[in-house]
Design a binder for this molecule. Structure first.
Ligand code: AMP
Length: 231
């Protein structure tokens, strides 16, 4: 585990299936960096049958996005709970903000007042053909959010989670028709978001590759370059 010398407040952007979760996990293993995944938080709500979960479940199934005000509330509460609204803390967001409104609100209401605005926004660029192939082979352990790929990262025993032995499932929103809608939605919403972060000096950074390994090697190097590290 390496320690960052300067606080890193990171956002990972990328189309569904681009490996945001994988990159998050690898960064967390390498650096002392905790992360929040908005998709995982919503799936926890769904598993726990909360009011938010019931609402989110019907939306997620259709490939649409959960309303901005609901997402902002959930993530703001999470940031406060973890005591992350401080200029000295390092953390990583996966999947939020996902719209320009979410980005602006997060800045105005939470990050700017705490002098803790995002200082590294990573845009993952993976060809759509590669993503579609990955999704066709993706299985998840719903309770933990652990992701397997039948080609690159299969479970040790077919169909069950390596750690709990519980059955793996397909995400309902990985259905091909719904998935196509999610990619469309991502492209429509991401352009204004990327434009927003382009305005901030040296915050936006793009990385392209067909595999998580190719992308991760570049990402780790860039994190070290920007935030330093001490083994
Ligand atoms: P993910 O695991 O990041 O692909 O998220 C799964 C689903 O959760 C998305 O397709 C959305 O329906 C919903 N979701 C996750 N994050 C957000 C967000 N920031 N804003 C709106 N909806 C979200």
């Amino acid at each position: 585990m390496s320690k960052l010398l300067r606080p890193a407040r990171v956002l990972l952007l990328g189309p569904p299936g681009s490996g945001k979760g994988t990159q998050t996990a690898r960064l967390q293993n390498k650096f002392d960096l905790c992360g929040i995944s908005s998709g995982d938080i919503l799936r926890q709500h769904i598993n726990n049958g909360t009011e938010i979960g019931q609402m989110a479940s019907s939306i997620i199934k259709t490939g649409k996005l959960v309303p901005d005000d609901v997402m902002i509330k959930i993530i703001s509460a999470e940031l406060a709970l973890r005591n992350w609204l401080s200029p000295t803390k390092s953390w990583l967001l996966d999947g939020f903000p996902r719209t320009r409104v979410q980005a602006e609100k997060l800045d105005e209401a939470e990050l700017r007042p705490a002098d803790a605005r995002l200082n590294f926004v990573v845009e993952l660029k993976v060809p759509t053909a590669v993503i579609l192939d990955r999704i066709a082979n993706r299985l998840v352990h719903a309770q933990s959010g652990r992701v397997y790929n039948l080609t690159y990262n299969p479970p040790k025993v077919s169909g069950v989670d390596d750690f709990t032995g519980e059955p793996l499932t397909r995400r309902p929103d990985d259905d091909p028709d719904i998935f196509a809608k999610r990619i469309e939605e991502y492209e429509r919403l991401t352009e204004p978001l990327v434009d927003y972060y382009k305005k901030a000096d040296n915050v936006l950074w793009s990385v392209a590759g067909d595999t998580s390994d190719v992308i991760y090697a570049q990402l780790e190097k860039e994190v070290v370059k920007r935030f330093g590290d001490r083994v």
